[in-house]
Design a binder for this molecule. Structure first.
Ligand SMILES: [Ca+2]
Ligand SMILES: [Ca+2]
Length: 177
């Protein structure tokens, strides 16, 4: 169970500020050498000891039912620490493909296969402003995403720390009600 508090936000800000100068814990580590943009500590789950950024995989990630695409690029301190410790790695599905033809789309085992929308957050397009992305669909909406890329509707956004996030869970629930 995760609980966010205002005090956690204050701690996040303090840590983000302290990380700007010399002596940042990431300096010289594997995370820095990776070239990955870990982003900010804007997530409500920043600095809770788990890497909540679903671009990664490994033992320092929360359980599957606690993962959420909203935290991509917003849990830098936790994910840098875990990356340096070797308890997470970049999910290979997010590695930049050499060309559009080299994209690994995965399979159709996600929540919304073959519904005409590319639900994999590795991709975006004009449609994304109305889409609720779920982490379970990463690499699991292959037919829809392949068709959308081939038609030009979708484009690769990959491992950017500032993706198009689609709509939030709250917005999705409001649309259902
Ligand atoms: Ca975290
Ligand atoms: Ca779909």
């Amino acid at each position: 169970m995760k609980i966010s508090t205002l005090s956690l936000g204050a701690a996040t800000l303090a840590l983000a500020l302290s990380g700007c100068g010399e002596g940042s814990p990431a300096a010289g580590g594997a995370a820095e050498a990776s070239g990955i943009d870990f982003g900010t500590n804007a997530s409500m789950y920043a600095n809770d000891g788990e890497c909540d950024d679903v671009r990664f995989e490994g033992s320092a990630m929360p359980g599957a039912d606690e993962r959420n695409t909203d935290h991509i690029g917003q849990d830098a301190a936790d994910c840098i620490a875990a990356f340096d410790a070797g308890t997470i790695t970049l999910n290979p599905l997010f590695e930049e493909p050499a060309s559009t033809d080299a994209i690994v789309y995965g399979d159709d085992a996600g929540n919304y296969p073959n519904d005409g929308d590319c639900d994999d957050i590795r991709f975006t397009g004009d449609y994304a402003s109305n889409l609720f992305y779920m982490h379970e669909d990463i690499g699991h909406d292959a037919s829809d995403c392949r068709a959308a890329v081939e038609s030009g509707e979708a484009r690769w956004q990959g491992a950017t720390a500032t993706p198009e996030y689609g709509i939030t869970l709250e917005e999705a629930e409001a649309m259902e009600n």
